[in-house]
Design a protein. Sequence first.
Lengths: 192, 192
Amino acid sequence: MNKNKITPRAYLFPMPVTLIGANMNGKPSFETLAYAGVVEAQPPLISIASWESHYTNIGIKENKTFSVNTPSEDLAEKIDYCGIVSGKEIDKSKIFDVFYGDLKTAPMVSQSPLNLECEVIKTIKIKELVEVEEGHEVFIGKVVNAYADEKYLTEGIPDIAKLKTYTYSQNNYWKVGEKLAPAFEIGKKYKK
Amino acid sequence: MNKNKITPRAYLFPMPVTLIGANMNGKPSFETLAYAGVVEAQPPLISIASWESHYTNIGIKENKTFSVNTPSEDLAEKIDYCGIVSGKEIDKSKIFDVFYGDLKTAPMVSQSPLNLECEVIKTIKIKELVEVEEGHEVFIGKVVNAYADEKYLTEGIPDIAKLKTYTYSQNNYWKVGEKLAPAFEIGKKYKK
């Protein structure tokens, strides 16, 4: 084994890219996050981690709602922009066409191929877990509605081969590549 | 807008694939999970969600440790196998070459390009948040050590272009594709 210790960081591959929507003083704002993960299938729960002093957090905590908008390659420039500038300085309400669903306060991006409308059911402050002056807030959201255009679906399910979404790693975005293998299937070939 | 409501599920793109290691009665066992996300950068924290009755959970709770092993294409068959069969029925201790780090109880896979040795700092039971009879347990782990072979690194950092890792979506694994654009950079082109 040629393994060496490297600086411990939260290396996870591949990471999602999410455009998080929240309402700030009644106006939509958006933040780009890679710190997101699924935590439950039924009911569908997604956790997102957003730096506590970020503008978006105010709206998420006030309304107890947020949206998860799936990026597509053609939106990459605008989505990256939402990760560079703060809603505290820049009005992001006009960047995208926005629609609302049943929760009324989770702004969703029409141009995004897939939108999840989420209700916050739990908030965890990282600074209450570890000794840091400032940290992320983890919001666990229940997906109450999902919206997609038919052209991104296969048998009613969003199809990664049609979404043209991408992953984030080390200051770059990377496309999703070709199919590698069927899950819960190739493992059957393995004989111990 | 041609958006329609689709069945709400926890759709996140792309999802990571992780091979989670834990010690069960002093022996290593492994479980494949896509329900993982980063929740903090400093200290590095990763959350994983594992179904509460899974074998691995016993070891994670007993030792308060687990490992996150990054998959590579050449391990896909064995890693998928670990997601198909339960450690309750099958002894998974001989599938991989295993090593241990400072925590002593988080088994790591030598063949995996990158290993994270994690200490559990928080456990959240989903069934305490929502009304379900059984659900996932979310373990937030602090990455106390990371291990990698030099050949997977660029300037000391694991390089997604060298890892040959993959993503999970809808019962299939997908390769990571080519570079799309630099993050925190392409957004600068956007003029509101």
